[in-house]
Design a protein. Structure first.
Lengths: 259, 149
């Protein structure tokens, strides 16, 4: 990743102006792709000094600044208090502590990459994103379409719903990217998300409908997952393998939230 | 662009490009204990402490480092010696390439982990790759340092 100019705007308004004016500019997150990506940009826009590193409880929701590091999120007492540690569990095996101390939640979300486990986890929570230009956008909407491309993610808002959550994943080695990730929540209804297929995480419709209509149909709902989603291959696993693993992980997660 | 860095409580003035990594700048200044391994955020040998937290310097923009406190293994002084002595006493030091980052991460780990266990230590050190020791000897020394049996 290369850029000709590095700027630190004094506020988000100025940052958005630069971003909109120059199509070759980029908002810098944790810059974990600094040496992996071969993209060239004209301007790197750094917002790390604009007070976007925080986690706070505001009424019935949790607000997380977009520049909060993944390690802070993983170890924060507020985040660990809710959702059966769903969020920390989706982060704790990513590369290493040194990586997570630098990677930001905003960068992890905005990249919409298939292997991003935190996206799988956030999909089953009541989560919204706040952008500088587009305002509040439901998390699932942001993930499922690519309408928002040139905007600044300011914060992540999660409702403090009560209920059980479960996170399951499979990886070839302990700090590698997953070959499959599954999150299930049971608040007002059961939600199931399957990620790293290797495509980006998506919410289940059919299997979720089945399990919500009859809570005893854990096995059937889990098996339906294999039919509902497309599973592809990458260097970590074959599509067939992922298809066989998915029902197993979903079954275990459903059993956990319905215990 | 001009940059003033606080490294081991001393200030260094340097010139950088906006997209240069902290790793490259530290090595240019002369901190060769910060190793360049994979340069892609995987091996951990470039780790330094940024405001006390172990961070991959290959992924950290030097331009962002102007208001932070950077610590390399040279900055730990006798505290580093204590960790090194324990690791060496277990016969664990081989090529030594991963040593400085392992010592820094171990130092940060002791400050961070409230109730260390073998599992927590292993997990914390996942991002430190060593290609010659097999980890066992290093871990014996680190467990002693952490007060874990």
């Amino acid at each position: 990743m290369r850029f000709d100019k590095f700027v630190q705007p004094k506020n988000l308004k100025t940052a958005l102006e630069i971003l909109k004016k120059d199509p070759k500019s980029v908002i810098l997150g944790g810059t974990t792709f600094l040496r992996i990506s071969d993209k060239n940009y004209s301007t790197g826009i750094d917002l790390s000094a604009l007070g976007l590193k925080y986690i706070k409880e505001v009424g019935d929701q949790i607000e997380i600044g977009a520049y909060t590091s993944l390690r802070t999120l993983e170890t924060d007492p507020i985040i660990n208090k809710y959702f059966g540690k769903l969020v920390p569990k989706s982060l704790e095996n990513l590369i290493g502590v040194q990586f997570r101390n630098n990677a930001t939640i905003g960068g992890a979300i905005f990249g919409r990459l298939g292997f991003t486990e935190i996206i799988t986890a956030l999909l089953v929570l009541d989560c919204e994103l706040e952008f500088e230009e587009n305002g509040l956008v439901p998390f699932s909407e942001f993930i499922s379409n690519w309408k928002i491309k040139r905007d600044i993610l300011k914060k992540i808002i999660i409702k403090k719903n009560k209920g059980k959550c479960s996170y399951k994943m499979m990886r070839n080695s302990s700090s590698d990217f997953t070959i499959l990730s599954v999150a299930v929540s049971n608040f007002d209804k059961i939600r199931i998300a399957v990620g790293t297929r290797p495509a980006i995480a998506t919410l289940s419709i059919k299997a979720a409908q089945l399990i919500n209509s009859d809570k005893n149909k854990i096995e059937e709902a889990a098996n339906l997952i294999a039919e509902e989603f497309k599973f592809g291959k990458d260097l970590r696993a074959e599509g067939k393998y992922r298809k066989m693993i998915a029902p197993v992980l979903v079954k275990r997660a459903l059993q956990e939230v319905l215990k | 662009m001009k940059l003033k860095l606080n490294i081991n409580n001393k200030f260094y003035n340097t010139n950088i490009d906006g997209d240069e990594s902290l790793l490259d700048i530290l090595r240019k200044i002369g901190f060769k204990s910060v190793k360049k391994g994979c340069d892609t955020g995987t091996c951990g040998v470039c780790s330094v402490l940024i405001d006390g937290k172990p961070t991959l310097s290959c992924q950290f923009l030097a331009a962002r480092a102007k208001d932070v406190k950077i610590t390399t293994v040279e900055g730990l002084g006798k505290q580093a010696d204590e960790i090194v002595d324990l690791i060496v006493s277990e016969g664990a030091d081989q090529c030594g390439y991963c040593g400085p980052s392992l010592v820094l991460t171990t130092y940060a780990m002791k400050k961070e982990l409230k109730n260390p266990t073998v599992e927590k230590i292993n997990h914390y050190l996942t991002g430190n790759l060593c290609r010659c020791s097999g980890y066992e000897g290093q871990l014996r020394g680190i467990k002693k340092y952490m007060g874990v049996k």
